[in-house]
Structure formats: structure tokens, C-alpha cells
Design a protein around this ligand. Structure first.
Ligand code: GLP
Length: 243
């Protein structure tokens, strides 16, 4: 694993955006795996800035997002569909038909997860998968469990995740309790993985995930087994690791 230490959130965002633009420049028709949450917002902002300057072109890019809340319509401003449009897609020249997310409005979980997994496989998996890191070590919405979930599946969100995400909703009761997410196997299929982490509140989980034992209790720890992972984290997030 490559570890790139950034000074702060802004520096992390710029370094991550650099890696993503390098991917797009080297392979303009690449498949980018994208993530939501507060961590990648700055990365997307930086990519938009470089797009506006003519430095990066998304015209031939395909995207697959990690996850989506089950039950939220696309127009809901907390859906990941809405997030991706308002933080990236609407501001760059990406073809909306080549942007993919699980469909949270499909009530048949089995059907939707099978469709999404098949779609990713038919695209050959992501060339570069961007990931954030949950406080409990989750990636996508793969929560700590007794075993690693391999393919796209429906998850019951943990109380801690619901609590963490309630800041985005009017009340905790409005936070969806389930989500569709790529599985660990789907994520591991990506040729390259870029995981970004910021803030002292993630320092402990960064240490556990990347320097502790590989265990489904810390889903991100599986990334230690992937042949091409880059962790871009700021000093605060790396403060409990010796790097
Ligand atoms: C969310 C998302 C994850 C994200 C994580 C961390 O629940 N499903 O993909 O990485 O939580 O979020 P944040 O970046 O806001 O800390």
C-alpha cells in the first residue's frame, strides 16, 4: 500500500484529485468507481476546477457509485444520486447515461443488487475506485460483520452509521435504515483503489484498518490484501500511525 500524507483536508483533496485526473488522462474511457460522504466533496470540487480550466475531460468516462440508500427517490436531496449530481456530474462534461448508481427506489433488493453487480462486471470492474472510510471501518456501506460480504447486497445500517449520517437529515427518523452497496468482492475487483481520509476522529480507525489484523470486523482492513491501494490521508488522520 502506498501512503500519501497530506497536510490538511484541502491538500488531501488536491492530491486525490491529482490521482483521479491522472487516471482519466491516461485512459479517457476509464471506469471510475465513486464515493459519497463529506470526505470526497473537496476532491470533486478540485476536479470541477481543473475541468473548467480544460485540464481534465470526462467526455468518455463511465462511473459506478459504491452505494445508495434504499427507499430514497433520486430527487431527495439526501440520495446519493442527488449528491453525485450536485457535487460533480452537473458541473463536468460526463455523459449522464454513463453514470451509474444502485437504484434505491427498486424495492426488490435481490433484483436490484443482481442487476448492479452484473453491470459492474460487464464494465470489467472499476479502473480506479475512490473510497471514504466510515468511523467503524466501513467502506461503501459494508458494515463490520462476521464475514466479508462479497457482491452487491442490501444492508441494514448500523446504529453508529445512522447516527453519523443524521446530520444530513431533518431528524434521525428520516435517516434510511437500509442501503444497497457494492460488496467487498465488488470493491476488490477494482484495478486500483484510492482511499481518502481526513480528521483526527478517523485516526484510530485508520490505524486499525491499515496496520491492524485483516478482519470483517474492520471491513476496510481487507484493502491490505489488494495489490494496488493508495491511501491519501491528512496528518490528523495519520496521527496514530507511524508513517
Ligand atoms: C457513508 C458512505 C461511505 C462513506 C462514509 C464516510 O456512510 N456510505 O461511502 O465513505 O460514510 O463518510 P464521511 O466521508 O462523511 O466521513
Amino acid at each position: 500500500m502506498r501512503i500519501i500524507k497530506a497536510k490538511d483536508y484541502q491538500d488531501m483533496s488536491r492530491k486525490a484529485a491529482n490521482i483521479i485526473s491522472a487516471q482519466v488522462i491516461m485512459k479517457p474511457d476509464c471506469v471510475l468507481g465513486l464515493a459519497t460522504g463529506s470526505t470526497p466533496v473537496g476532491t470533486y470540487k478540485q476536479l470541477i476546477e481543473w475541468y473548467n480550466k480544460g485540464d481534465v475531460d470526462f467526455g468518455d468516462v463511465t462511473t459506478v457509485n459504491l452505494d445508495e440508500y434504499k427507499g430514497l427517490p433520486r430527487e431527495n436531496d439526501q440520495s446519493y444520486y442527488y449528491f453525485m449530481h450536485s457535487n460533480l456530474f452537473d458541473y463536468v462534461n460526463i455523459n449522464p447515461e454513463r453514470t451509474h448508481l444502485p437504484d434505491g427506489t427498486e424495492p426488490d433488493a435481490e433484483k436490484e443488487c443482481a442487476r448492479y453487480e452484473e453491470l459492474i462486471r460487464s464494465l470489467g470492474g472499476a479502473d480506479l475506485q475512490l473510497l471514504g472510510l466510515g468511523h467503524n471501518g466501513h467502506i461503501g456501506f459494508n458494515e463490520p460483520a462476521d464475514s466479508f460480504d462479497t457482491v452487491t447486497h442490501c444492508v441494514d445500517l448500523q446504529q453508529r452509521t445512522i447516527e453519523a449520517n443524521k446530520r444530513f437529515f431533518a431528524s434521525i427518523d428520516d435517516v434510511p435504515k437500509q442501503a444497497y452497496t457494492m460488496g467487498i468482492g465488488t470493491i476488490m475487483m477494482a484495478k486500483k483503489i484510492l482511499i481518502i481520509v481526513s480528521g483526527a476522529d478517523k485516526a484510530e480507525i485508520v490505524q486499525k484498518a491499515f496496520f491492524g489484523p485483516v478482519t470483517p470486523q474492520v471491513p476496510a482492513s481487507i484493502l491490505q490484501m489488494h495489490p494496488d491501494v493508495t491511501l491519501v490521508a491528512d496528518e490528523a488522520a495519520l496521527s496514530k500511525c507511524e508513517v
